[in-house]
Structures are given as C-alpha cells and as structure tokens.
Design a protein around this ligand. Structure first.
Ligand SMILES: [Cu+2]
Length: 721
C-alpha cells in the first residue's frame, strides 16, 4: 500500500438528519501492487499503513508485530488448563477435526470466513489480508492460497456485498472490496462508512452482517482501561449503516461483542466476553433501544439518534445479582443464555446457526458458539417464553489447535473455525489457524435440548434412555445461581441454591424426561446434571452430562407437581462462608503463641498484569514467623496459596475441578497440599496472613488458585537456613 494514496484516514464524524456519517466517503481505485499467490508481501504494505496511521496519532497498533506479542504473553500451555484427552478422543469419533495446512509464509490469523458455493473460502486475517482458499474440503485437504487483498487494518468479518464484491469491517471503517477486472484480486477499495476510534488497542469492530432492510450492522468494542472506555462515539454499540454510509445506533451496553448473528427467524443476538460489568460469557438478544450492561457506551446515549434512554448516572456499582438489578433498572437487558466462566469457555466468540438440515448431525436448527481462550465450540438452544428469549448452553467439542474467533458453515455441512491466540493466549499448541469440523455420521448420546416447564425442565435426548436410570432421582441434580452486576472484572457464581426434584416422568418413547422440582428462580442460570442417565440398550453414558439453562421467564401451563406453599422459606440461598474468616489455613490474626511479635519477617507480595505475581521467589528461615501482605493491584480476583513442595499445579487443578462449588470455597481446595492461603482479594484490596514457615527446608510452591491462573501465576518460597 502506498502511503501517498488518495484516501485520508479521517476520525471526524458529523450528525446528519438521518444519523451519523463519515465526512465524504470516497472511492479509491488502488493501483496494482504485484500481489503474489501465497507470498507474504504484507510487511511492506502494512508498515506503510502503520506509519501513516502513526503520523496521524490515531492508533496504537499491537496487531502488526507478532514477535513482540509472543514475548509479552504467556504461551497457551502456560495460561490455561488442558482439556481432558479421553473426552476429546470421544468427541472426535462424532465430529472429526481437520486442521488446514497453511504455507509457512502466511500468518493466517483467520477472523472472517465466507464460504463460497464453488468450494472456495474467502478468509480475512488480523494481519489485514484477505485470502482465497481452494481445496479446503476433502479427506486430506491440500489448500491453495491466493491473496485477494492486503494492507487492511485488522478486518474481523466478511460478507458478500449486494452491489458486488465484499464488505469487511476494518478498525477505522467499513470497506467494500471489489475485483473489477476479474483477475482474482481486489482493485477497488470503497469506504462505506468511517468508524469513530480513539486509538486503544481494544477498539475492535466486528461484522458486518447484512440486515433484511439492506443495511449493514456492526458491533464496536469498548476501549480498555483509561478514564472512559468509550472515548470515541458509539463505542460499545451495535450500529446500523446504510449502503451510502449513514450510521445510526441500534443498541448499547456492549463490551467485547466478538460474535453476532441475525437468525433465520430474524432476531439479532450477540456474544459477550467476561469482563468488567460482565460476570461471565453470555449471548444476549438485541433489539433497538436495548442496553446490555456495560455502561461505557452510555457516554453517547444522549447523542442525536440514540435509541437508549439510560444515562451514565443511572448505573451505579450495584454489586448485586444481575437479575435483581434488572428488576429495578428498566432498559437493562438480561442475557438469553449464559456460558459459565471456566466451564463453558472463558471468552465467547463467533455464533453460527446450524442450517445444514442435518448434515452436521442431530442439532439442526441449534446454534454453535466459539471460545477463544479455551479453543472450543459450545452449543446453544433458544426458546422464547412470555416474549423473552432464553435457553441453554452445552459442551460440544474441545481440543482445537488454537483460540476460536469465528465459525462458519461451508458446503456439505462442514464447519470452519478461524483461530488466533496472539495477545491473549489460548489452549492448543498453535498461534493461529483455520480448522474444519465434520460430522462422522455417528450420533452421540447427548442432551439434545432443554426446554423450560412451569415446574421444571424437559430434557430431550438424541437416543432413547434406559428407563431405570432415567427414572432414578440420583441420576440428576439441578441447582440455580447467577452472577453479580458490578464494575469488577467478572463475577463468581452467587446465590447458589439446589433445586430438589419432586417428580420425574420419562416419556413413553424414552426420548425425553420431564424433571419437576422447586426453587426455580427467574433470571437465574440452572445447572442441570444428568450424569446417571444411560442410553437404552448398551447403557452408554452421556457424552456431556451437564448443561446450563438461563431461566428468564417460567412458562405458564400444566404442572405435574402442585405449588409448594412453603417454597419461599425452603428456597433461601445459603450464605457463603466469609472470605476473611480467621482459620488455621487462613491465619488473618497474629497467632496467640507468637508472644506478641507480629512476624520475624514481613513479605510484601503484589500482582502484575497478565496473571503474574510481582515476586516469584520468596525466602524464609525454617520455623520463622512470617507476616505476608498480599496486595492485588490487578483488575481481576486473585489469591496467594502456599502449597507443599512440587504440589502447586496439583492444587491449581483441584481448584479448577471445584467448578461451581469453587466460589463457596474461595477457590481453595480442601487438601493437605494447601498449607496457608490469603482471602480471594478484590482488585485494589489487600489481605495479610501470619504463618509459621515450614520447619523442613525446601522449595514450597505458591500459586493463585483462581480457576485458570495457577499455570502462570506461581512462584516458590525457599525455606532455608
Ligand atoms: Cu489469580
């Protein structure tokens, strides 16, 4: 790309009668650049763009220099727990994963995938390229890459443009790419609409998607940190753009809306990541005027054209369950489906609807949702009850090579997953890639779908159940919980409460089971475990026995159990143990036998961004009195757990295995491998413990046991004379 190109990068936008518009959308016919087939060639082009941008002071551009990112970020294996190999092997027998080989000189951080009817794929990358890929199908694919365009700024999606060519969303604009002379390379780059940006690395733009009215929709990430997370207009919004570049706001409250979808029924949903104000990953239905929860976007809700009535002052740091806040804050939209953090992913991404008519297996009409951090695909079902969307999330397929950003269905029911780990890390050995997932034709024994009932749930299965196991109450457990709505990054599950079952009815055909119980709560997530249910015949267990139903509305209809008059008293959420209670392993008071001293030695330990302690090697004399002051300066929850020599990672794995029980244990497992620990500390808070160093010299591991942190947040206490 030539930095003297005709197009200027403009940040200015202006209100118009119809909405917000970029100044002077321009057309640019770009000169040929000698684009090669499967050649890198981008460094020159991207460097030109980067320097032009830097001169304008608009961007920090961490996306161009992969090498430095890799130095700064822990590797995938360090950051996240690995999936269970035996489960992945079972999943592979039903849905076969095929990584596509990519030439060594192409960095295919695939972010947008447009399958074409002739067996080709058109794929955008974070490095700003668009590639034609031929030969992505077949048992042993030998894909061939041809570059369609380069020099773009982190496009994160691509669709066909009705006027011809393709629409992509770059960070700074929506662009139409056209190959006017039919040589397979884009030669017309037309600015459709400028997008407001301030320069934060976190201001991603996703989409576009073509709306039924012919307009385009995009979603705009908020910035990260700083005094405001929406320094430029419409950050945190879903926007609609006319083909001639007029931009109007649709809905607000988005944080990191990596995936969004227009369903075949005509409803819009977007996928959100856990973050500040966002307790866990989730999918939310968006209608004009909705506010999905992140308040930064409200900085712009008073602008002309805004559909959202809430203002920044309406949002306080409620520190209350999100469903409770929604009752008193009209306009706050609850998610349709939650994906519990660390269990069903940690960074929800692209959404696809299975419109393959059964070519992808038994879940036709359902949805699949990617996850970047855990490199997996989850499954989602939706239903509308009393006018409100809700539904369930399920495990589906783990063990991908890298973090998944984008999903797309291609020919013959093949699903493609576009991947990148740069800047975030992910489970899986690779930094980027493109993989194909295909149904093998075998049907696993699975919970096909869960639907809400007036007194419980009905579970539909992919095969008839073994009646004895399905009628046994011990085969199931149901429990409700939710997440806090607060400015803290993420939330532990709160108000966990089991839902005792009172009646189980197996359908005559054995394909569904109705569970009726008590203590169902509107707005809450209901964890439904069917671990004991077996398939009829061979007694096969479920491939995935746990699902999470977000019960926004309890439907009306026929009950199979009467209303329990004592339900209100019966169903009171237990109070979790106080995080700061003084216990043997959490010695928050000076021990009485220290005869007045408050420690032979004080250790000040803190945190660094990127899941690190600020000191990784501590020392103490055997049997000495240690006062340890742990200060959490990060924006996430952390603790300090001192473990037996060599047992740090085992304790971390045990904490992860606590699952939803973790919060009630402050994520510290009950094991002799744990010697002492601090409280789980909130961002900006401190906890002090007083312990006697082990009398046996050695290297004692210390970790943060919050799920997923231990593999990188670790150190050693050297006990030596
Ligand atoms: Cu931590």
């Amino acid at each position: 790309m030539n930095s003297r190109r005709a197009r200027r990068i403009a940040l200015w936008i202006r209100p118009t009668a119809r909405g917000w518009s970029a100044l002077s959308p321009t057309r640019l016919v770009r000169a040929r650049q000698g684009l090669q087939t499967s050649g890198l060639g981008t460094s020159r082009a991207t460097a030109g763009l980067t320097s032009a941008i830097a001169a304008l002071g608009l961007f920090v551009c961490p996306t161009v220099f992969a090498a430095s990112d890799q130095v700064q970020n822990p590797s995938a294996a360090e950051r996240f727990a690995k999936p269970q190999a035996d489960l992945v092997a079972r999943e592979e027998t039903y849905w076969r994963r095929t990584p596509l080989s990519v030439p060594a000189d192409i960095v295919l951080e695939a972010t947008g995938i447009l399958p074409q009817p002739n067996g080709r794929l058109l794929v955008t990358t974070r490095h700003g390229e668009v590639w034609w890929i031929d030969g992505a199908y077949g048992d042993t694919p030998q894909p061939k890459f041809t570059r369609f365009a380069a020099g773009l700024h982190e496009p994160l999606g691509i669709i066909a443009a009705p006027p011809g060519g393709y629409y992509i969303a770059q960070r700074q604009e929506i662009t139409r790419l056209v190959d006017t002379d039919g040589d397979g390379r884009a030669d017309l780059f037309e600015t459709v609409c400028k997008l407001p940006i301030s320069g934060s690395y976190h201001e991603f733009a996703f989409g576009p998607i073509l709306a039924p009215n012919g307009n385009l929709r995009i979603t705009l990430n908020v910035a990260f940190g700083g005094a405001t997370q929406a320094p430029a207009p419409w950050r945190g919004w879903m926007m609609e753009v006319t083909p001639d570049g007029q931009m109007t706001p649709v809905a607000a409250g988005l944080r990191s809306p990596c995936g969004f979808i227009l369903t075949s029924r005509g409803d819009w949903f977007y996928a959100e990541n856990q973050g500040e104000w966002v307790g866990s990953g989730r999918v939310t239905n968006l209608e004009p005027g909705d506010f999905a929860g992140h308040p930064a976007s409200l900085a712009w809700s008073q602008l002309p054209g805004s559909t959202v009535k809430l203002r920044p002052d309406d949002i306080k740091d409620f520190e209350q369950p999100m469903p409770d806040v929604a009752k008193k804050l009209p306009g706050l939209k609850l998610p349709a489906v939650w994906f519990p953090h660390t269990i069903l992913g940690i960074s929800t991404s692209g959404i696809v609807e299975d419109l393959t008519g059964g070519k992808f297996g038994p879940f036709a009409g359902q949805f699949f949702v990617g996850d970047q951090g855990q490199s997996k695909v989850m499954r989602m079902t939706l239903e509308k009850v009393k006018g409100v969307w809700q539904g369930a999330s399920y495990s589906f397929r783990e063990g991908f090579d890298c973090g998944i950003i984008r999903l797309a269905f291609g020919e013959g029911g093949a699903m493609f997953a576009g991947e990148t780990a740069r800047g975030w890390g992910s489970v899986g050995p690779k930094q980027q890639g493109l993989e194909r997932l295909q149904w093998t034709g075998r049907v696993p024994f699975e919970i096909q779908e869960i639907r809400a009932q007036p007194d419980g749930f009905v579970l539909q299965f992919t095969a008839p159940v073994d009646r004895a196991s399905a009628e046994n109450p011990a085969s199931y457990s149901v429990a409700g919980f939710t997440y806090l709505y607060h400015k803290t990054y993420g939330s532990a599950p709160v108000n966990r409460l089991s839902c005792p079952l009172r009646k189980i009815v197996v359908a005559p055909d054995g394909r569904s089971v109705r569970l009726a119980g008590v203590c169902l709560r509107e707005g809450y997530i209901h964890e439904i475990k069917a671990s004991g249910v077996r398939a009829a015949g061979g007694g096969e267990p479920l491939l995935h026995a746990t699902a999470y139903y977000t019960l926004n509305r309890i439907p009306d209809g026929d009950r199979i159990i009467p209303v329990d008059p004592n339900e209100a008293e019966l169903c009171v959420a237990p109070v979790p143990p106080a995080a700061n209670a003084n216990t043997k392993k959490h010695p928050s008071k000076v021990p009485s036998d220290w005869s007045g001293d408050d420690g032979d030695k004080t250790i000040l330990l803190g945190t660094l961004p990127g899941l690190k302690f600020d000191i990784t090697e501590l020392t103490a004399r055997p049997g000495s009195h240690v006062r340890l002051v742990f200060r959490n300066a990060d924006d996430m929850l952390h603790n300090f757990v001192l473990c037996a020599p060599g047992r740090g990672q085992a304790v971390g794995a045990a904490a992860l295995a606590l699952g939803l029980d973790g919060a009630a244990h402050n994520y510290v497992p009950e094991t002799d491998d744990v010697l002492y620990h601090t409280a789980l500390t909130l961002p900006g808070t401190t906890d002090t413990i007083f312990f006697t160093a082990p009398t046996t010299p050695g290297n004692y591991d210390f970790i943060c046991s919050f799920p997923g942190h231990a593999t990188s947040m670790k150190g050693v206490l050297r006990v030596e004379k």
